[in-house]
Design a binder for this molecule. Structure first.
Ligand SMILES: Cc1ncc(C[n+]2csc(CCOP(=O)(O)OP(=O)(O)O)c2C)c(N)n1
Length: 558
């Protein structure tokens, strides 16, 4: 037992959890923690807005697989974190968010900068805590990290009243953690495994649908081995992009509203669907009643509440994906011979051929073309983050990803302004890897103040703004489904080159594809953040597209 203040215990406990970096922005209610942090070995990265601070922690978590930590003061600091916490929750990113709170004697009295952040974050966290005594802090931190990082990962919030930070107590730092009622089930039930094996050995047209769960459980290699053994094509959800190398002969790309033509078509022809680590999101399935109506569906997930939530399945199986796929693979490998070719694989090749020229990828700075050319100059392990809108969907469709954890985007919440701060977090996690944010001008404007963090903390990233002077995705919908009646989508033209330079970053405005490639190549060697403003036509649409409320068979190709 050691005597120390609550704030000291917090930093000590974070240190014991091997936390290397905290993304934060201080204020009155969290000053005691910041005072201790000043003398600790943990790096602090000062954000310029708490939403960005949370996205930085999120980007760090997704790139590294570790828990991302963010910190803010009470009241407005805490509410500014909310979007970032909700974003992490929707995409199952492991995060611990720490907020200051008014002293316990003032809680519930509308004190200065008081807000009920526990109430506000209850639906968007896996769990939240408000220790009322300093001595609770070490165990609370241990539990928070355990919950955030195990089972289906997600954010946990710890709200620390100021007097609890200041009070001293005898502290016990536990080595182990036991939480009643929280025991994520890692190993699947053997009877369910047998049922899956029976279905897969009989399947003639099997298809695998791989989600973000594959990446979270580091199951990419097992997924690939399984696909090769079954000769099953793999479609990924948006969150699953990167779970299989997108140049693998069995990879069909991302499925869904802006999915690849091959993925959206072939999934409708499969007889058995192995859905691994996915949640049948409406963006992915289109009209759910029409999705794989006559297909036998197997669903594997670590989170039992996901099974059958959006889609009734034939065989549910609860377990960690890496462990479950390993068990399935080991049994199947004894029963099946590896095939080099069959009718189903011929059909895969035929569909690929059929759609080869159906999608117009444009020339010069047309986004599909630009993203394909960008891929060619970047190392395989480069990390791409995206903003939200057309930029995100173009990146999903046309920027091929070869490794897990190298495509980081706001899937569930669709948060504009996520990509740039997330790229800063990812670069902190992987300083030796190039990190690029593919941005829209509207999204970049939301969190571009993070340029100050990127410059002052020397975290060099590259931002490519596909600048159509529009809220492009909304404009696309108005163009296609509201008879071109543009309403509140024209942003006007801004000079992002000058904006970047004002913060001390490099800024460029691009006139041609050749110039773009030249600037990217020099930015890759640079040690300072580079913003590349690429003017594109405001009339560009993202295709393919499944209109809202329609099924995958209704895909529009151009
Ligand atoms: C915080 C937030 N506000 C509003 C939206 C709704 N929305 C979705 S896409 C989009 C347009 C995005 O514009 P821009 O960032 O310029 O990207 P583009 O679509 O032009 O590539 C909007 C407003 C959102 N997703 N997030």
């Amino acid at each position: 037992m050691v005597k120390m203040s609550g704030a000291q215990a917090l930093i000590e406990a974070l240190y014991k959890e091997k936390v290397e970096v905290i993304f934060g922005l201080p204020g009155g209610a969290i000053i005691p923690v910041y005072d201790v942090l000043r003398d600790s070995k943990i790096r602090h990265i000062l954000g310029r807005h708490e939403q960005s601070v949370a996205h930085m922690a999120d980007g760090y978590a997704r790139a590294s697989g570790k828990v991302g930590v963010c910190m803010a003061t009470s009241g407005p600091g805490a509410t500014n974190l909310v979007t970032g916490i909700a974003n992490a929750y929707m995409d199952s990113a492991p995060m611990v968010a720490i907020t200051g709170q008014v002293p316990t004697s003032l809680i519930g009295k509308d004190a200065f900068q008081e807000v009920d952040i526990i109430g506000i974050t209850t639906p968007i966290t896996k769990h939240n805590y408000q220790p009322r005594h300093a001595s609770e802090i070490p165990n609370t931190i241990k539990m928070a990290f355990h919950i955030a990082s195990t089972g289906r990962p997600g954010p946990v919030l710890i709200d620390l009243p100021k007097n609890v930070q200041n009070d001293t107590a005898d502290m016990i730092f536990p080595n182990k953690v036991e939480i009643r009622g929280y025991k994520p089930n890692k190993f699947p039930h053997t009877l369910q495994v047998e049922k899956v094996i029976k279905l897969l050995t009989k399947a003639e047209k099997p298809i695998i649908m791989a989600g973000g769960g594959i990446i979270l459980s580091n199951a990419s290699l097992k997924l690939q081995a399984m696909a090769e053994l079954l000769l099953a094509p793999v479609v990924t959800t948006f969150m699953g992009k990167g779970s299989i190398p997108e140049n693998h002969p069995l990879s069909l790309g991302v499925l869904g509203m802006h999915g690849s033509a091959e993925a959206n078509r072939l999934i409708l022809e499969a007889d058995v669907l192995l859905a691994a680590g996915i949640r049948f999101s409406d963006r992915t399935t289109g009209k759910i009643e029409e999705f794989c109506q006559d297909t036998k569906i197997i669903q594997i997930d670590i989170d039992p509440s996901e099974i059958g939530k959006n889609k009734t399945v034939d065989v549910p199986i609860v377990g960690d994906l890496n462990k479950t796929l390993t068990m399935l693979y080991d049994s199947l490998a004894k029963l099946l011979e590896k095939k080099e070719d069959n009718l189903w694989f011929k059909r895969v090749r035929q569909i690929r051929e059929e759609f080869k020229d159906k999608i117009d990828q444009g020339e010069g700075l047309a986004p599909p073309n630009l993203l394909k050319k960008l891929r060619e100059v970047l190392p395989h392990n480069s990390i791409i983050t995206t903003e939200v809108g057309q930029n995100q969907m173009w990146a999903s469709l046309y920027f091929k990803v070869y490794e897990p954890r190298t495509f980081i985007s706001s899937g569930g919440l669709g948060t504009m302004g996520f990509g740039f701060p997330a790229s800063i977090g990812a670069k902190v996690a992987k300083p030796d890897v190039p990190v690029l944010d593919i941005a829209g001008d509207g999204s970049f404007m939301m969190t571009s103040n993070s340029l100050a963090t990127s410059i002052s903390e020397k975290i060099p990233v590259i931002v490519v703004i596909l600048n159509n002077s529009m809220l492009g995705m909304v404009a696309q919908w108005q163009r296609m489904f509201y008879k071109r009646r543009y309403s509140a989508v024209e942003l006007g033209a801004y000079n992002f080159e000058k904006l970047a330079k004002a913060f001390g970053a490099q800024g460029f405005r691009i006139g041609s594809l050749e110039e773009f490639i030249k600037v990217v190549k020099s930015a890759l060697k640079s040690e300072v953040t580079t913003v590349i403003d690429v003017p594109i036509s405001p009339e560009e649409n993202v295709f393919p597209m499944v209109p809202a409320g329609k099924g995958l068979k209704d895909t529009i190709y151009r």
